[in-house]
Design a protein around this ligand. Structure first.
Ligand code: 13P
Length: 253
């Protein structure tokens, strides 16, 4: 199996510019060369500074947490995909549940953002995941497949091959209540099966699917040992160097 293992740290709206640079430097200094791809997703204004720190480290990469769907124009306060790319960032998180919930981002808008990101040479880390009431109603698989269909399943196979999927159950984000390894594995397998149905087995086998939601050093080894879990999208625990480094080291040998 030749899937890329990825650990991405989503800093959300945390850290001053100085604090962000210090965190990125500490991670860069401690990171051992390995096949694991490590991605830091700081706030927009930190991107260039963090990208400069990551430049000398072969397996350290940078992501934005969002981008606008247009390349330029009169959109006060917004940041476009080409602007993100120009900082040296290579990835962009799109479809995070906090963007969906607090900023009203829906499937069609996210489809446009994904296309804009790919056109700018960015690799989307596309997030999907269900709220608690949907899981309790047993409709979680259907909803997640719907989210994929709405925003990434109309891409060409060439473009889809550049997308990383992150499954983040909303009830596990920032709650300390993580999905069990079995719940994560079950959903990741459903996602991979849906990709296989759309794009074929080979592409599905190559797609990295990350788990996110209260993932930390203590539960990462069990989550990362699941056959369809290819790494994590880490929120709170990515703000602490020791904790984040331990998560990076949590893959089975
Ligand atoms: P927490 O790890 O803080 O639960 O956040 C997960 C997340 O939303 C990452 O994008």
């Amino acid at each position: 199996m030749n899937r890329t293992r990825i650990v991405a740290g989503n800093w959300k709206m945390n850290k001053s510019y100085e604090e962000g640079r210090d965190l990125a430097k500490a991670i860069a200094e401690n990171l051992q060369p390995s096949e694991t791809v490590v991605v830091l997703a700081p706030p927009f204004i930190h991107l260039r500074g963090v990208a400069a720190i990551a430049e000398g480290v072969s397996n350290l990469h940078v992501a934005a947490q969002n981008c606008h769907q247009e390349n330029s124009g009169a959109y006060t306060g917004e940041i476009s995909a080409p602007m993100v790319r120009s900082t040296g960032a290579e990835y962009v998180i799109l479809g995070h549940s906090e963007r969906r919930q607090y900023f009203g981002e829906d499937g069609p808008l996210l489809a446009d953002k994904v296309k804009a990101a790919l056109a700018a040479g960015l690799k989307p880390i596309f997030c999907c995941g269900e709220p608690l009431e949907i899981r309790e109603a047993g409709a979680h698989v259907a909803l997640v497949v719907e989210q994929l269909e709405a925003s990434v399943f109309d891409l060409s196979p060439e473009d889809f091959a550049k997308v990383v999927i992150a499954y983040e159950p909303v009830w596990a984000i920032g709650t300390g209540r993580t999905a069990s390894p079995e719940q994560a594995q079950d959903m990741h397998k459903e996602i991979r099966d849906a990709i296989a149905k759309k794009y074929g087995r080979d592409l599905a086998q190559q797609t990295s699917i990350l788990y996110g939601g209260s993932c930390k050093a203590s539960n990462a080894p069990e989550l990362f040992s699941q056959p369809d879990v290819d790494g994590g999208l880490i929120g709170g625990a990515s703000l602490d160097t020791k904790e984040f480094m331990a998560i990076i080291g949590s893959f089975p040998a």
